[in-house]
Design a protein around this ligand. Structure first.
Ligand code: NAD
Length: 357
């Protein structure tokens, strides 16, 4: 594996590895950038075919967190952790305790939270080993599951996209196809249903799509067909890389806006969407609600402040769409530019402060 070559490709940063044989912990913490503050990002716990796949996932996700915090105006750097889910039977409590000790060893340079495959109970176990964890139980002063906040932000992003692209002020009658109705996808369906949208859902876990059908009147489709549904908005809320050469030519939606991280398999897929006239809501900008919520927890939790900041995702998204139109550039490039402007402005402020001191 080309370890340093990959680091260079993603402009890192630092990466930490941990093997704890007793608990079968194999974990990677990727810290992409900490100019704006300590790196904050979730912990993913899924199976990977190879160590390299886990490593690349951690790098890509951590880089996304730097941009997400910057574009959202949060004083945090970008980091992410990945735990490779053991294929053999394992003790979850022992594994997450070992992970907590690993996080403690990093002395606050990285703060963890939930992501795919981890939940509140895991954060509670981590909390027994380190204070550098967010998304903990509200009964312990935490902000709890970030998914409802992520979903709220995605709903706001969809509203901005619908206003920009379709000229509509609300979501009544807007047809959204949601790919993946897990933590975020479920709450997103709830938000959209309450706003009067029409839903089609697909999930590898049939029980989850049936729940959305029961609770929100969603139509259920096959996971291989959901990207092709004739709808207004395609909302990827499963894992990443769903926008690629096989899916983009078949999209019928005019808007792609969902919660999943790293939706574009390669950056050029953002150009392909732009060329096809499909408005793409850059993933890290639209799905920042969960980060807003856990960042609030890191400085003393205030649910009202977290909600108000999450609602502002509408403005960020609209700004991206307008700049994209003005510059004639794909939205993913515009979002990167806006995040890089924030990082550069912060660095300039630091340099000025040092010169003054
Ligand atoms: P989750 O694991 O709870 O949900 C993902 C769902 O997608 C599951 O129900 C799974 O069965 C389903 N799925 C997997 N492959 C699929 C496929 N090919 N087709 C259809 N469904 C499929 O995870 P989550 O917490 O809801 O996160 C979803 C995405 O949003 C991830 O990419 C995550 O990184 C991103 N995200 C989550 C949060 C958060 O607050 N949880 C915040 C920001 C971004």
């Amino acid at each position: 594996m080309d370890v340093f070559g990959k680091l260079s490709t993603y402009d890192f940063g630092e990466v930490h590895f941990k093997l704890d044989k007793a608990s079968q912990l194999q974990a990677i913490v990727a810290i992409h950038d900490s100019r704006l503050g300590p790196a904050l990002g979730g912990c993913r716990f899924i199976e990977y075919d190879t160590d390299e796949a886990a490593y690349i996932d951690a790098l890509r996700l951590a880089r996304g967190m730097t941009y997400k915090a910057a574009i959202t105006g949060l004083a945090h750097g970008g980091g992410k952790s990945v735990i490779i889910k053991p294929k053999r039977h394992f003790d979850r409590s022992a594994l997450f305790s070992a992970f907590g000790r690993f996080i403690e060893d990093l002395r606050g340079h990285y703060i963890t939270a939930e992501d795919s495959g981890t939940g509140l109970e895991d954060m509670e176990i981590i909390r027994t080993q380190t204070k550098h964890v967010t998304g903990i139980d509200p009964s312990h002063g935490g902000s709890g599951d970030p998914s409802p906040f992520t979903a709220l932000g995605v709903r706001r992003g969809i509203e901005a996209a619908v206003k920009f692209k379709l000229g509509k002020d609300d979501l009544k009658g807007i047809h959204v196809a949601v790919q993946g109705v897990g933590h975020v996808g479920y709450y997103l369906c709830k938000e959209l249903h309450a706003a009067g949208a029409k839903l089609t859902v697909a999930d590898v876990d049939k029980l989850k799509s049936e729940r959305a059908q029961r609770e929100f009147g969603a139509a259920v489709t096959d996971i291989t067909k959901v990207a092709e549904v004739a709808c207004d908005v395609f909302a990827p809320c499963a894992l990443g890389a769903g926008l690629n050469d096989s899916t983009i030519p078949h999209l019928k939606a005019t808007i792609v806006a969902g919660a999943a991280n790293n939706q574009l398999l390669e950056p050029h897929h953002g150009d392909d969407l732009h060329a096809r006239g499909i408005l793409y809501a850059p993933d890290y900008a639209i799905n920042a609600g969960g980060l807003v919520n856990v960042a609030q927890e890191a400085k003393g939790y205030d649910a009202k402040a977290a909600r108000e900041k999450t609602l502002k995702i509408y403005d960020t998204m609209y700004d991206i769409f307008e700049r994209s139109k003005r510059l004639g550039a794909p939205t993913y490039k515009v979002a990167d530019l806006m995040a890089e402007e924030q990082l550069a402005a912060h660095s300039a402020r630091l340099v000025a402060a040092r010169q003054k001191a």
